[in-house]
Design a protein around this ligand. Sequence first.
Ligand code: R5P
Length: 272
Amino acid sequence: MDWGMQNRLARMFSATSSNSVMLAVDHGYFMGPTRRLEDVRATITPLMPYADALALTRGVLRSSVPPSSTTPIVLRVSGGATILQEDLSNEAITTAMRDASRLNVSAVALSVFVGSPHEHQSLVNLSRLVDDGEDAGMPVLAITAVGKELEKRDARYLALACRVSAEIGAHVVKTYYCDGFSKVVEGCPVPLVVAGGPRLENDRAALELAHHAIEEGAHGIDMGRNIWQSDHPVAMLKALRAVVHEKATVREALDVLDQEVGQTPAPAKLPA
Ligand code: R5P
């Protein structure tokens, strides 16, 4: 792996823990103004100091992140379908590698839709992105997307989707935690990070998810709604950092959360 590629990966993954806490705020690219992400700048400003990377689109990067920021960026470069369509898998590469380089991002990210009507197209998109990424020294993060079919999130399916993504050349794969997750890790030769998915019943459930994922071999999280839809997003992000970087137990992470909540009032500006 060339120096530039290694350097970009080292910006996002801790040399001490080998793990990363990525904050995902790219949901608007197909969902529009998601609850508590209506004003992206307001949502991310207090969170950015505690994120190892920020996952977003170029539109949000240019409009809502100060260029003086040093937080590494994972740039979403696929899109082309919205939640108004039944099938979300009809995606193309929507951002050129030269623009990703111009934006000085640390990685590019694209969804692959294994088992969906546009499976072939999304896998070919990944292969082209990896070719361009290798030329530019830019890591590619493949996202094993399930569209609206959330029930697809089982070990057999995710192991297939992650392995295929890695075989095509993804440098990092983002997937979901599931029962039997260690099988997904075992079959994937590159680091895995886990998404949170839709908001769980409470903060504890999200901390449990992260804890199990790390314990079973994930190299971090790339989580959105379970952080910024929490009533205490900063405290939640700090608690997740304890899990991901210090291998904190769920009890210890809840202590971090409680301690931080005691110190930090819930942001008044966010809608209920
Ligand atoms: C889809 O919108 C993106 O890939 C998200 O970045 C990903 O699903 C992670 O966000 P969440 O934890 O909210 O699922």
